[in-house]
Design a protein around this ligand. Structure first.
Ligand code: FAD
Ligand code: NAI
Length: 473
């Protein structure tokens, strides 16, 4: 038997690494096991988010957004430049550098906080035991009073479009294209499809998104989702709803996708195809046979509201448990669980987790939609304010989109805030704080907002809940 720890965390993504650092900061002897290896075979901390998720995708989104601004908007602003063009390889190299800096940064934070990093594949072999298999196949068993499973998730594959080396790819493959595909197919108009579809659309790909459902982004308020769809279509994204993919055929350097929509059988040829139809928990083999940590039929570890599994002392957090698959949700669960292990009281408010889709303009929301509120029996009042009526939005050349506040007509409590507009991802924090503090729409309306800011749209939307927006006829 090797070292004994107070806490062993399996997985160093935003759930696991945050749990490990917090536990160490609270004085617990903590280890974190990670098996992710970079292209050089070195262990890379940070999980999906830092290696192939949030961070690299945002690096590409930001670069391509700046490119489009320089190409399409500078002239209108009076900025005189030459023709702009994109060096895709340089963009990718910058993205790789950011990933390397950040993943190395986590290893640095482990050292600084006294977290023992263990390289290899971890398995829970008992309620107080973790077996780690290193990259040479050597097994070591560690003991811990508490274990946190933070194994994350992987992309879902579908039978009609099996992955190929570089033609039919998942999100990880789509972050590695070294040149802009002429015709890009995307299966799934979800978060990844819209973000990565936007990246390549901005660089000139002809992007077709095939979405099985008839409703576009059903988790977003209907008014805001409709406006977003219109904006994306205006940017040239061909988003086809109600398109059910039935098969694909790889021909030389092309892929032919067959699908069925309201008009019958269709087929379309692409140079690259990204399959992004959701992610699934990555829990296979993480729990040894005979250990009674319960998994559900989809492979998620079953947990209570405070991330306790069915075995005392074993917790699970992040993408491998119920709830939205988001980095900040994983990290907050990591903090909650570390606090609980250290004997503190901790809980999370799952009703106030923000979501952001980093398209341009950004789409962000927290809480429920107007329709969901009605379905839940609330009498609802709403206020909407278009950025077209905002002075700062005009100055920013960013008048597209709107902000909407949804409130309970009886109590005036804020039930949801949904925004499509420049910096919506930053602005949504106001809605999160309002909901976290149980604010009314009037609280937002009576709050002093700096002028001129994009955030004033949220203020005006809150004023509009009672029909009194100032800058709208
Ligand atoms: P992960 O980040 O998946 O980390 C799990 C870690 O556990 C991995 O490093 C894995 O190697 C390790 N592991 C698994 N099993 C074992 C084992 N047996 N032994 C040792 N180690 C193991 N979310 C956002 O909030 N914002 C975004 O902008 C965003 N963008 C995204 C873009 C893309 C393209 C993708 C794919 C995802 C994005 N996400 C985003 C989602 C986000 O990446 C995940 O929600 C987040 O990474 C989940 O964190 P986690 O710690 O639960 O799991
Ligand atoms: P998703 O769940 O967001 O979207 C998948 C879409 O694919 C859905 O609209 C679904 O209806 C559709 N679909 C499913 N099967 C299909 C089929 N056979 N044919 C056509 N369409 C089909 O999943 P996605 O985009 O893969 O992302 C996975 C998760 O990663 C997200 O749910 C999110 O939690 C996380 N993520 C978060 C980001 C962010 O916070 N900005 C960015 C990227 C990912």
């Amino acid at each position: 038997m090797a070292d004994k720890f107070d806490v062993i965390v399996i997985g160093a993504g935003p759930g696991g690494y945050v749990a490990a650092i917090r536990a160490a900061q609270l004085g617990l002897k903590t280890a974190c096991v990670e098996k992710w290896q970079d292209k050089q075979g070195k262990v890379a901390h940070g999980g999906t988010c830092l290696n192939v998720g949030c961070i690299p995708s945002k690096a590409l989104l930001e670069t391509t957004h700046k490119f489009v601004e320089a190409r399409d908007d500078f002239d209108e602003l009076g900025i005189v430049g030459g023709d702009v063009s994109m060096d895709v390889k340089k963009m990718m190299a910058r993205k790789d550098k950011i990933v390397k800096n950040l993943t190395g940064g986590i290893s640095g934070l482990f050292k600084a906080n006294g977290v023992t990093a263990i390289d290899g594949t971890g398995q829970v072999t008992g309620n107080k035991q973790v077996e780690v298999t290193d990259f040479d196949g050597k097994k070591t068993t560690y003991e811990a009073d508490s274990i946190v499973v933070a194994a994350g998730s992987v992309p879902v594959e579908i039978p009609p479009t099996p992955m190929t080396e570089d033609l039919i790819v998942d999100s990880t493959g789509a972050l590695e294209f070294q040149e802009t595909p002429e015709r890009l197919g995307v299966i799934g108009a979800g978060v990844i499809g819209l973000e990565l579809g936007s990246v390549w659309n901005r660089l000139g790909s002809e992007v077709t998104v095939l979405e099985a459902m008839d409703t576009f982004l059903p988790m977003v308020d209907g008014t805001i989702a409709k406006e977003t769809l219109k904006l994306l279509k205006k940017q040239g994204m061909d988003i086809r709803l109600g398109a059910k993919v039935s098969g694909s055929e790889v021909k030389d350097k092309e892929v032919v996708v067959k699908y069925e929509d309201a008009d019958g059988e269709q087929e379309q040829t692409f140079d690259k195809l990204i399959v992004c139809v959701g992610r699934k928990p990555y829990t296979e083999g993480v729990i040894a046979e005979g250990v009674e940590v319960e998994l559900d039929e989809r492979g998620f570890v079953t947990v209570d509201d405070q991330c306790r599994t069915s075995v005392p002392g074993v917790y699970a957090i992040g993408d491998c448990v119920r709830g939205p698959m988001l980095a900040h949700k994983a990290s907050d669960e990591g903090i909650m669980v570390a606090d609980i292990i250290a004997g503190q009281k901790a809980e999370m408010n799952y009703d106030a987790i923000p979501s952001v889709i980093y398209i341009a303009p950004e789409l962000a929301w927290v809480g429920i939609t107007e329709q969901e509120a009605k379905d839940q029996g609330f009498e609802v009042k709403t206020g909407t304010f278009p950025f077209a009526a905002s002075g700062r939005a005009m100055a920013n050349n960013a008048t597209e989109g709107s902000a909407k506040v949804i409130a309970d007509a009886d109590t005036d409590r804020v039930l949801g805030v949904h925004i499509v507009g420049q910096h919506a991802g930053e602005m949504i924090a106001q809605g999160v704080i309002a909901m976290e503090f149980g604010s009314s729409a009037e609280d937002l309306a009576l709050t002093c907002y700096a002028h001129p800011t994009m955030s004033e749209a949220v203020h005006e939307a809150a004023l509009a809940v009672d029909g009194h927006a100032i800058h709208m006829a």
